[in-house]
Design a protein around this ligand. Structure first.
Ligand code: HEC
Length: 179
């Protein structure tokens, strides 16, 4: 429930300016048509699902549907509310820690790029498969100037197995002791 509320709150914040922009556009109908046509042609062709089983999950896609509402498409987050992934020592650091954050969430004070956050990140272990988590971690670890090694699905699977009794989100203090 909390997860939904947070995501809803975040997406409302994202969607509101869009509808405002649309309302303004409709004042000039010719402009509106032109804008619509332009945005239509700019859309990428729908992906086919043929051989979807063999395809590795697209980390950028997982990011935009699962993480971007809070951490933003730019990975910059929102100062004071959602910490950045760009330039984050957690993202670029030990995969054993960052994978735990995605699997079970994170709560309480955490320092990221020199700023302290004190919020709650929901867990994604129930929603995302090992391969999805590996793909999204590999994506965030190699985007926006980050330069950390890829994460494999096998590694995520072993961390999931090692932490299977974990229910509560992690705290930064607990993760400091994880190797
Ligand atoms: C509902 C909002 C929300 C969503 C969605 C979300 N996070 Fe977070 N995330 C947070 C918050 C809030 C924190 C800080 C928690 C704290 O203060 O203890 C955080 C912390 C983190 C951290 C550690 C700190 C940092 O900035 O490096 C990482 C890594 C992270 N999130 C990655 C992700 C990834 C990857 C996804 C998508 C799979 C994701 N998050 C989805 C809200 C969210």
């Amino acid at each position: 429930m909390l997860t939904l509320a947070l995501v809803a709150a975040a997406s409302t914040g994202v969607l509101y300016p869009v509808s405002t922009a649309r309302a303004q556009q409709s004042k000039t109908s010719a402009k509106k048509v032109a804008t619509k046509a332009a945005s239509k042609s700019a859309k990428p062709a729908a992906k086919t699902t043929v051989a979807a089983k063999e395809q590795l999950p697209d980390g950028k896609q997982v990011y935009s549907t699962t993480c971007a509402a809070c951490h933003q498409v730019t990975g910059e987050g929102t100062s004071g509310v959602f910490p950045p992934l760009a330039g984050s020592e957690w993202v670029n650091g030990d995969e054993a820690k960052v994978a735990r954050i995605i699997l079970h969430g994170l709560t309480g004070p955490v320092e990221v790029a020199g700023e302290t956050y004190n919020g709650m990140m929901p867990p994604w272990g129930g929603t995302l498969k090992d391969a999805d988590i590996a793909a999204v971690l590999t994506y965030v670890r190699s985007s926006w100037g980050n330069k950390a090694a890829p994460v494999t699905a096998a590694k995520v699977a072993s961390i999931r197995a090692a932490t299977s009794s974990r229910a509560a989100p992690w705290t930064a203090a607990e993760l400091a002791g994880v190797k």
